[in-house]
Write a protein that binds this ligand. Sequence first.
Ligand SMILES: [Zn+2]
Length: 136
Amino acid sequence: MAYTRPLPQPDAQTRGFWDGCRAGELRVLRCEDCGTWIHEPAPICHACQSERLDWRPVSGQGQVYSWTVVHHAPGPGFQDEVPYTVAWIELDEQPGLRILSNVVDHPPEQVHAGMRVRVAFREATEDVRLPVFRPA
Ligand SMILES: [Zn+2]
């Protein structure tokens, strides 16, 4: 069945993230000078203002920081998905390093703060894979 939900529109700042997903790897910007991980992608390090940032793979492991359950389809293509969980996942690499994603393969009413999760990738189209998180 054709994928009908909105797709990411990679730009110069986010292309490294989406290229990683397509390769089955969760990548996050890392400061080459102070080692800070940065997400959402930004042009400079928010800790030391360095512009020397590089895309690096992370473990893909973390825990649910906060979440909500969507019961009403927000637009075309979501009718078959509800109810689903939207969650901030705090990655193990750094306190406060969070990615907004979905928790899948788990009943939404059983998602909880601190729940251990691991990244997986869902094929949306031939060229686009979306990061989601499953119970670890
Ligand atoms: Zn830095």
